[in-house]
Design a protein around this ligand. Structure first.
Ligand code: NAD
Length: 479
């Protein structure tokens, strides 16, 4: 890191990526895959690490942001991580168990089953916004599936990356788990490695580059990307009640959350009441912005400047604006909660993922117009629908697509370990967490064992009466 500007710089001695991968691959081939006890031991060690170094982790993340509310690191990173470890630990035995399947009638006697085998070496490329959960979460699933792992955390959270490198090196041999640090150059080289699977969490644009880099090796990718996650407020909702959970999702981590509500579709007649409720709610949650330990800073000056220009652009294009009474502090990158009312659809704030505490409120006349608005845009990572009429909610869910959904709240589906987490279309591909994570990072290998008295070897050339009999029986028709 450049100590004067605080900006990250490229490491001078790039890590030996190929060497680390080769060592991990040798270790994969040298021994049987880890059994249940060994996998549980790795997970327990990771849980112990979090418990022992909880304060150091909270401090590192906060230093990287300038200020990150400690409760946000606890609630948004460490708690879901520990819940995830507990859930995986509890279910791993049943997930690892081979599944019996039925061999086809024509192939019996035989037995068929699916065996979940480790893929080998998994790469993890992670972002800065939840630098613990989005690095260690995929690691949990990768270890549960019996893999070896290489990790490249984000250079924009350098203290957290350094801490993770040091702590994980104390826990795992480099041929089991290795952390490498570096900027975009190292990240690009990392994404070109011939992993058995690569999990990338980050922006949609970089996700495209990662998939291209993985293609020559045919490395399968899980892409956990971003996008604009809408909230659809159905007519007649209590504005104060809805505003509370929308504000929680939007202002947590100052909006720097992949599943944060990006904008709200509001019935036109309710717009004024809902905007007032949102602002009231923001001011109640954060009576002050400056000097408030609960309010998180924007990660860098560049990200802060981008948010300023999104608001300026929308206002210049005719959007109404309502700001928190405390204007924040540009020097400390404290950006106040800001509502934009009816920004034009072609303004930048309605085109890019916001990733900050700016909330556009978009009026609609009929529910079908709101649904069309969502469907005319790339498929989002999350969709939030507020409504008490089950039928109306079900119709919105049926007619839209998104990675996940929370009804009558925001973001909470991500914390459900028994649900897959992932995007669809431009918000990503593949999913992890819980059983889906285990399956994503295992190879479901088909194993057919022929019975001793199996006669399939007789269905061979020179083809005679037996083959005719078999084909007549199983295909039908013919001579
Ligand atoms: P980013 O795409 O800029 O960077 C993510 C990682 O990719 C970093 O480790 C970075 O070093 C690396 N990287 C950068 N350029 C690369 C390249 N050309 N090739 C390979 N790797 C490269 O994302 P970010 O700014 O760190 O995070 C914010 C974005 O991530 C937002 O779009 C957000 O929605 C998304 N996100 C998604 C999820 C999810 O689970 N779906 C979670 C958090 C963040």
């Amino acid at each position: 890191m450049n100590m004067r500007t605080g900006e990250p710089v490229e490491e001078t001695a790039p890590p030996d990526l190929e060497g680390l991968l080769a060592a991990q691959r040798r270790a994969v081939l040298a021994a049987n895959p880890p059994d249940l006890a060994a996998r549980r031991q790795s997970l327990d060690a990771l849980a112990g690490l979090v418990r022992t170094h909880r304060e150091a982790m909270i401090a590192a993340v906060s230093a990287d942001f300038g200020n990150r509310a400690r409760q946000e690191t606890e609630l948004g990173e460490l708690l879901p991580l520990m819940n995830g470890i507990r859930h995986v630990r509890r279910h791993l035995k049943s997930w690892m168990r081979p599944e019996r399947r039925r061999p086809g009638l024509a192939f019996r006697p035989a037995s068929a089953r699916v065996e979940y085998q480790p893929l080998g070496v998994v790469g993890i490329l992670s972002p800065w916004n939840y630098p613990l959960f989005l690095t260690l979460g995929p690691l949990v699933d990768a270890l549960a599936a019996g893999n070896r792992v290489m990790i490249k955390p984000s250079e924009l959270a350098p203290r957290t990356a350094e801490l993770l490198e040091r702590l994980l090196a104390g826990l795992f041999a480099p041929d089991q788990v290795a952390v490498v640090r570096g900027g975009a150059g190292v990240a690009q080289a990392f994404s070109r490695l011939a992993f058995d699977h690569l999990i990338f969490t980050g922006s949609t644009g970089v996700g495209r580059a990662v998939m291209q880099a993985a293609a020559p090796n045919l490395t399968p990718v899980t892409l956990e990307l971003g996008g604009k996650s809408p909230v659809l407020l159905l007519p007649g909702q209590d504005p104060d009640r809805a505003a509370r959970t929308i504000a929680m999702g939007k202002f947590f981590n100052a909006g720097q959350t992949c599943v944060a509500p990006d904008y709200v579709l509001v019935p036109r007649a309710q717009m004024a009441g809902f905007a007032a409720a949102m602002l009231r709610c923001a001011e109640r949650m954060y009576p002050a912005i400056t000097g408030n330990p609960d309010y998180t800073s924007i990660i860098t000056g560049r990200h802060y400047a981008r948010l300023v220009s999104l608001v300026e652009g929308a206002v210049a294009a005719g959007a109404g604006v309502r700001r928190h009474a405390d204007p924040g502090d540009a020097g400390r990158r404290l950006f106040p909660p800001t509502l934009l009312i009816d920004p034009p659809a072609d303004s930048a704030v309605m085109g890019e993922e916001i990733f900050g505490p700016i909330l556009p409120l978009v009026p609609y006349d009929r529910v079908e117009d709101a649904v069309r608005f969502v469907n005319e845009r790339p498929k989002p990572l999350a969709l939030y629908c507020y409504g008490r009429d089950e039928r109306q909610v079900a119709e919105v869910l049926d007619r839209t697509r998104s990675g996940g959904v929370t009804v009558n709240a925001t973001m909470l589906h991500v914390g459900q370990e028994d649900l897959p987490f992932g995007g669809v279309g431009e918000s990503g591909m593949g999913a992890y967490h819980g059983r889906e994570g285990f399956r994503q990072l295992s190879h479901a290998r088909a194993v057919l064992r022929m019975g001793r008295f199996n006669a399939s070897h007789m269905v061979a050339a020179p083809y005679g009466r037996l083959v005719r009999l078999v084909t007549r029986l199983f295909i039908g028709g013919g001579s």
